[in-house]
Design a protein around this ligand. Structure first.
Ligand SMILES: [Zn+2]
Length: 167
């Protein structure tokens, strides 16, 4: 049906790859308002561009993502990227619970060491004065619990380890 001599259905304006068939159109970004339901931009180029944007301004994109998440889940939210950047500076890029150095919050980093927003009081939501940066590894452990819970677990691990090495 289609062959290479046809005019391409879509062409990525970034990398220049063509789509000559329906299958190849799957590689392009969907957009119902455009010809063949696709933009003249491939998914790879779009993902790459999004990653670069997140890397360049991680606080802005994290803020946007949190805002829409909070709207969906009906959680209070009033953070701004400026606030998050200031909070990061205030903490010196260190996890407030462990003192460990955090990676900035964009997806490509090593998940466990990436900074995540922790709510000091869980039910108060993502509002100024109620959030702080902690590493993902600890946030995964903490979830909806308080600091005492994290300290109890951490202390137990340290104590157990000491006991093990001293016996
Ligand atoms: Zn492309």
């Amino acid at each position: 049906m289609s062959n290479i001599n046809n005019i391409p259905l879509r062409t990525c304006r970034v990398c220049g790859i063509h789509a000559f068939s329906k299958e190849e159109l799957n590689l392009f970004v969907t957009s119902s308002r455009n010809k063949h339901g696709k933009l003249n931009q491939c998914k790879d180029c779009t993902n790459k561009r999004n990653r670069e944007r997140r890397k360049k301004n991680p606080f802005h994109y994290l803020c946007l993502a949190k805002k829409s998440e909070c709207k969906r889940k009906q959680i209070p939210f009033n953070l701004t990227d400026i606030y998050l950047k200031k909070l990061w500076k205030k903490q010196g890029g260190l996890c407030i619970l462990s003192g460990l150095k955090m990676e900035k919050p964009y997806n490509e980093s090593d998940f466990d060491w990436v900074a995540s927003l922790d709510r000091i009081q869980f039910d108060k939501g993502y509002v100024k004065g109620n959030v702080r940066w902690i590493i993902n590894a600890i946030n995964t452990l903490k979830r909806q619990k308080d600091d005492a819970f994290v300290y109890k677990i951490a202390q137990a691990i340290v104590n157990h380890n000491d006991l093990h090495h001293n016996s």
